[in-house]
Design a protein around this ligand. Structure first.
Ligand code: ATP
Ligand code: MG
Length: 395
């Protein structure tokens, strides 16, 4: 008997002629996620099978697969000899666990047969096995429409039997949609924004602006850790750490106080776009939500967008803070995000920031200062890390 994992995908099935491309990406990402755990991955009839898994790391493999975008659900299955008695015994052993948890459960046998030479067809397997299960477990009953347990039997080169279907992350395989640059702060929102766009198939690069010594070493570690948590879903992430103190100080010394935040955000976007071009990224991603703070009013967002020519993706634009917090708890970044280290945006906050800035005014204030050399210097001093889920936890 062998424990295997059966992997289902749904949206990829709608892809017509491009389907092999998406399937190949998904398989590549599954192999990437399972790196370090001995196993084999292959596709067969619109499903993916993970076989020959190191027995002691089976549960870990299941956990990792739950984070791979493009997977709809997984089932831990038992692969056994096609001999009928063996099939029945295995089905009983799976039902036994389910019945122990809920004696009066409803079930249905769901057979599929790709080996057409097998001595029973699917209907016969359904009826015969259903009958035997009812005999063996008198407390259960059949519900063919909404069974609590779908006892599934697949007759292939082996028989695969399973009774559980575990929902996974869905979405599209990371890398199938190209690459974008996430502006990652230490807050709650930006990691969720990155998660959402990776879920739609984007590879992520990330950029973080820090203002040492106004922001601490710990604040930097927090961002690296958030990026590491995100990489469990998005795969390895190239993280660029940009020193921003000189630019920030120059803004505060030379621009009108109430415009400093918007101008700072424009410079962040400008630098992020330059690094994105070098990384082969075609869009920027931020964690902004409409109206959340002064720099996220419609007018402010227009002024921010005016600084760049790449599209800016803001997947959280229509979300309430509560909803974003729920999301961040679910994906596992919340506890790190709420650690209390300062972000460079919170260090110098004007008392009365503009909430309805005009592009022309902001451009004029910005043009009064020459940022060219400062931007070049910040880019030269940028440090780049490759962050992976398997890296040690930082904080
Ligand atoms: P978050 O929870 O992501 O920090 P926020 O609500 O605090 O978001 P802001 O601080 O105004 O919002 O930042 C808005 C967006 O700008 C962030 O979601 C992020 O994409 C980007 N951003 C802010 N600060 C930084 C930074 N230091 N480095 C890189 N990107 C940043
Ligand atoms: Mg922030």
């Amino acid at each position: 008997m062998e424990r295997v994992i059966l992997v289902r995908y749904t949206e990829i099935h709608l892809k017509g002629l491009n389907r092999p491309f998406f399937e190949a990406k998904l398989i590549e990402n599954i192999k990437g996620a399972l790196r370090g755990i001995h196993c084999k991955v292959h596709r067969e009839q619109g499903r993916i099978y993970v076989t020959e898994i190191s027995e002691d790391r089976f549960d870990e493999a299941m956990e990792r697969l739950k984070k791979v975008f493009g997977i709809h659900s997984i089932s831990p299955a038992l692969g056994v000899d096609k001999d009928w008695n063996c099939v029945v015994e295995t089905a009983f052993s799976l039902m036994e666990k389910q019945v122990a948890a809920k004696p009066d459960l409803s079930f249905k046998v769901f057979a599929r047969r790709s080996d057409k030479n097998y001595f029973m067809n699917s209907d016969e397997i359904n009826r015969e096995l259903g009958h035997l299960v009812l005999e063996k477990f008198p407390t259960v009953h059949v519900d063919i429409h909404k069974p609590e347990v779908a006892l599934s039997v697949e007759i292939r080169e082996k028989a695969y039997i399973y009774a559980e279907e575990i929902p996974c992350a869905n979405g599209m395989p990371v890398g199938s949609a190209g690459r974008a640059m996430l502006l990652v702060s230490g807050g709650i929102d930006s990691p969720v924004a990155g998660y959402m766009m990776a879920k739609r198939g984007l590879n992520l690069s990330a950029v973080h602006f820090y203002s040492y010594p106004y922001t601490s070493e710990r604040a930097r570690d927090k961002v690296v850790e958030l990026t590491r948590l995100l990489s469990a879903y998005a795969g390895p992430i190239r993280l660029h750490l940009v020193p921003f103190t000189d630019i920030q100080m120059t803004i505060y010394d030379n621009c009108p106080d109430k415009e400093t935040t918007v101008i700072m955000r424009r410079l962040m976007m400008e630098i992020a776009e330059k690094i994105a071009v070098n990384d082969g990224a075609r869009a920027l991603i931020t964690g902004e939500a409409l109206g959340q703070v002064a720099s996220q009013t419609l007018e402010s967002l227009c002024v921010t967008d005016d600084a760049v020519s790449m599209p800016v993706f803001r997947p959280l634009i229509g979300f309430d803070k509560d909803e974003i917090m729920d999301y961040s708890r679910r994906i596992g970044t919340y506890d790190t995000s709420i650690l209390p280290y300062e972000d460079c945006c919170t260090v110098f906050v004007p008392k009365h920031p503009v909430t309805r800035p005009e592009v022309a005014d902001i451009r004029a204030s910005e043009e009064a200062v020459d940022f060219t050399e400062l931007v070049e210097k910040a880019m030269e001093e940028t440090e780049t890390l490759i962050v992976k889920a398997s890296d040690p936890k930082l904080i």
